[in-house]
Ligand binder design. Structure first.
Ligand SMILES: CC(C)(COP(=O)(O)OP(=O)(O)OC[C@H]1O[C@@H](n2cnc3c(N)ncnc32)[C@H](O)[C@@H]1OP(=O)(O)O)[C@@H](O)C(=O)NCCC(=O)NCCS
Length: 159
C-alpha cells in the first residue's frame, strides 16, 4: 500500500446553523458541532483508507468560541498520521457571519478512526507521507499525542 499525503484526504464541509441546533442559551449546541466534526473526520479517514471506518476515540475537542444561529460553519478535516489500522484526523472549524463576513476559529478536534474489512475487523491502512513542512510538523505532533494516549492508558491500568 502506497503512503498518501494528508492533502489526499482533505475534506471540507459547510453548513448553516439552524434554530434546531440551538441550546438553551441561544447559541449552537456543542453536540451539533460534534456530529459535524465526526462526519468530516469520517470522510477524511475513508478517503485515506479507501475503506469503511469507525470512530475509536475522540481524543480531544476544544471549543475556542461560540457559534451563533445563522452562522455558516466551515469544517476542514485531514489525516495527520496513520499507524497499522488506525489514523488520527485533525478537524478545524470556523464560524462565519455571512452578512458581516466576520470569522472565528471556533473548534479544533483530534479523532482516532480505524479502517475495517468486509467483516468489520480492523484492517491495515496506508501510511502518511507528508508533502509539505507543515504536514510533517502535524505528523510529528500526532506521534506525540499517540504516545501521550498510550502512556495515560498504561498509567490508569497501573493505578
Ligand atoms: C475501534 C475498534 C474497531 C477497535 O477494535 P479492537 O478489537 O479493539 O481492535 P484492536 O485492539 O486490534 O485495535 C485496532 C486499532 O484501534 C486502535 N484503538 C483501539 N481502541 C482505541 C481507542 N480507544 N483509542 C484509540 N485507538 C484505539 C488500536 O490502537 C489499533 O490501532 P493500530 O492498529 O493502528 O495500532 C472497536 O473497539 C470498535 O468497533 N469500537 C466501536 C466503534 C464505534 O462503534 N464507533 C462509533 C460509531 S462509528
Amino acid at each position: 500500500m502506497n503512503p498518501k499525503t494528508p492533502f489526499e484526504s482533505l475534506t471540507t464541509m459547510a453548513q448553516v446553523m439552524q434554530i434546531t441546533d440551538a441550546n438553551t442559551a441561544g447559541f449552537v449546541h456543542g453536540g451539533s458541532i460534534m456530529k459535524l466534526v465526526d462526519s468530516a473526520a469520517g470522510v477524511a479517514a475513508m478517503r485515506h483508507a479507501q475503506r469503511r471506518v469507525v470512530t475509536a476515540q475522540v481524543d480531544s475537542l476544544t471549543f475556542h468560541a461560540p457559534v451563533h444561529i445563522g452562522d455558516v460553519l466551515s469544517l476542514t478535516a485531514c489525516v495527520t498520521q496513520a499507524w497499522k489500522t488506525s489514523m488520527e484526523i485533525e478537524v478545524t472549524v470556523y464560524r462565519e457571519d455571512p452578512v458581516t463576513g466576520e470569522k472565528d476559529h471556533t473548534t479544533t478536534a483530534y479523532l482516532t478512526m480505524v479502517g475495517l474489512d468486509e467483516r468489520g475487523r480492523p484492517v491495515a491502512v496506508p501510511g502518511v507521507a507528508p508533502g509539505t513542512d507543515e504536514e510533517a510538523r502535524r505528523q510529528r505532533e500526532a506521534e506525540t499525542r499517540r504516545k501521550a494516549r498510550i502512556q495515560l492508558r498504561q498509567d490508569l491500568e497501573n493505578e
